[in-house]
Design a protein around this ligand. Structure first.
Ligand code: FES
Length: 206
């Protein structure tokens, strides 16, 4: 697999590795695509909402470690509003690109940072817990990367229908029959959606 020099540098010597004591915000997320995990801890100044310190621990691959390293660099010294705008594409660009099959590793790292910040905002009255709806499902589907091109399945217009009724999510996805990633994508959709307590079952039609 071809990695950029920047990915290799951050992988070999990751920045901001570790776990902060008594963090103001933290999150640990796992990837349904590969089973890997990443934890992020933050210290946030309550007056300015500036991230004073941030560390990560990765139990993932080289791309995940490199993304954890670069996004913690990018978030350090920023306000939580600025850090929230770090995207997985921005992180991948800052690493001079990632192979398409490794884009989900960047999504995992950035999503973990966003979850930690969201939790902090809810706990400090800066945001409200979002109510669950069909839009929540669509937002979650935007985190599922089609490994063939390294883009999410919503942007690629692979998602043809999203429904949600009585705890059952119904997702219709258009992927050619002999595509080698077809089953992986369907499985990943199920795992992502069934992690929500509001969803009893995710029915994926491909
Ligand atoms: Fe699991 Fe990269 S995070 S393969």
């Amino acid at each position: 697999m071809q990695y950029s020099q920047k990915v290799l540098d951050h992988f070999m010597k990751p920045h901001n590795i570790g776990k902060l004591e008594n963090p103001d915000a933290e999150a640990t997320e796992g990837s349904p695509a590969c089973g890997d995990q990443i934890s992020i801890t933050l210290k946030i100044d309550p007056k300015t909402n500036i991230i004073d310190d941030i560390k990560f621990q990765s139990y993932g691959c080289a791309s995940n470690i490199a993304t954890g390293s670069i996004i913690t660099d990018m978030a350090m010294g920023k306000t939580i509003d600025e850090a929230k705008n770090i995207s997985w594409k921005g992180a991948a660009d800052a690493l001079d690109g990632l192979p398409p099959v490794k884009m989900h590793c960047s999504v995992l790292a950035v999503d973990t940072l966003k979850k930690a910040i969201k939790q902090y905002e809810i706990e400090h009255g800066l945001a409200e817990k979002e109510s669950f709806s069909k839009d929540t499902i669509v937002e979650e589907l935007k985190k599922i990367i089609y490994p063939g091109v390294g883009e999410d399945i919503v942007t690629l217009k692979m998602v043809k229908y999203v429904g949600f009724e009585n705890g059952v999510a119904i997702i219709d996805v258009d992927i050619p029959k002999f595509d080698k990633y077809r089953d992986n994508v369907a499985e990943e959709i199920k795992e992502h959606l069934e992690a929500f307590e509001e969803i009893k079952e995710a029915k994926v039609t491909i």
